[in-house]
Design a protein around this ligand. Structure first.
Ligand code: NDP
Length: 310
């Protein structure tokens, strides 16, 4: 049991998790960080990051996350590959299960981030990464000169539709209502863009394709008339928001109505003493790499002080 005990365990390897690790390691807490299913988190699915301070020429998402990992390793962070499937914070030490191993810790920092939402159709799952994507900046380039569809009516969908017109011949913006949720400025830009056609009051009905070619067409349904039509697109970019990765904390930690972890005013403290949350998993508002890194730093400091008090 003893060899599986750590002072601090950090869950997640996005900017929040790595920053928490760097601070905790430099405070001599010898943290262990469990990667989660996608090491490096959401930034590894973007290309150029232009708004992370300190990189005046921009930096590739993977490169930024590799740098953060190296920085955490330099101060002797232990990295464990795996996905956490069970957490028990009802007693101390806390218990965290990843793969077939259970670890214990005195403090726990949760930085599990958020993931893109999908519609939930079977055909969507079938053609994921073979026509269906949730990241225009990652995959848009593959649809050069082709027709694609973007699903959603918020700022993400409006932004992605505009971005895709840099490569694609035509972009259908499929929205389930007859007005956008996104900002007026973004709406104006989209409505003026001749390459974008808005398909109002409509939702995807089926992604059509075969195993060999991947997605070959998209059927959408008008929710008012029931009419189904095909758009002739080989790509579908889903931009309907994000969900926090909080499944394993259900019933264990307090969450808001959107399932984000709730932290106490001006701190990273959660509803369980000794458990801290940082980054997108506790932030539905800013969701930026730099704010995630900032709260990661806060979580490590909060954990360090809390441990000192014990
Ligand atoms: P939002 O929650 O703002 O928008 C989600 C959109 O997807 C809505 O239009 C919603 O429809 C639609 N939707 C949700 N579920 C479904 C479904 N099952 N089927 C079909 N459509 C669905 O998420 P965003 O990711 O767009 O934005 C999140 C936050 O990030 C916002 O605060 C936004 O302002 C911000 N952001 C800002 C940007 C910028 O300023 N440059 C860029 C990107 C995001 P409905 O409207 O009917 O609910």
């Amino acid at each position: 049991m003893e060899e599986n005990h750590r002072k601090v365990i950090i869950l997640g390897t996005g900017p929040a998790g790595y920053t928490a690790a760097i601070y905790a390691a430099r405070a001599n807490l010898k943290p262990m960080i469990i990667t989660g299913p996608q090491k490096g988190g959401q930034l590894t699915t973007t290309t150029e990051i232009e708004n992370f301070p300190g990189f005046s020429k921009g930096i590739d998402g993977n490169q930024l996350m590799n740098e953060m990992e190296q920085q955490a390793l330099r101060f002797e962070t232990e990295i464990v590959f795996g996905e956490v499937t069970e957490v028990d914070v009802s007693n101390r030490p806390f218990k965290v299960t990843a793969g077939n191993k259970t670890y214990t810790s005195d403090a726990l920092i949760i930085a599990t981030g958020a993931s893109a939402r999908y519609i939930g159709m079977e055909s969507e799952t079938r053609f994921k990464n073979r026509g269906v994507s949730a990241c225009a900046t990652c995959d848009g380039f593959f649809y050069k000169g082709q027709k694609v569809a973007v699903i959603g009516g918020g700022d993400s969908a409006l932004e992605e539709a505009g971005y895709l017109t840099n490569f694609c011949e035509k972009v259908y913006l499929v929205h389930r209502r007859d007005e956008f949720r996104g900002s007026k400025a973004m709406q104006d830009r989209v409505l003026k863009n001749e390459k974008i056609e808005v398909v109002w009051d409509s939702v995807p009905e089926e992604v059509i394709g075969d195993d060999e070619k991947g997605m070959t067409d998209l059927a959408v349904k008008n929710v008012k008339t029931g009419e189904v039509k095909r758009l002739g697109t080989k790509g579908m970019f889903v931009a309907i928001g994000h969900e926090p990765n909080t499944g394993v904390f259900k019933g264990i930690l307090d969450m808001d109505d959107k399932q984000y972890l709730v932290t106490k005013n001006g701190s990273t403290r959660t509803s369980a003493e000794g458990v801290f949350a940082c980054g997108d998993v506790a932030d539905s508002k800013y969701r930026q790499a730099v704010t995630a890194a900032g709260t990661g730093c806060m979580a490590a400091i909060d954990a360090e002080r809390w441990l000192a008090e014990q």
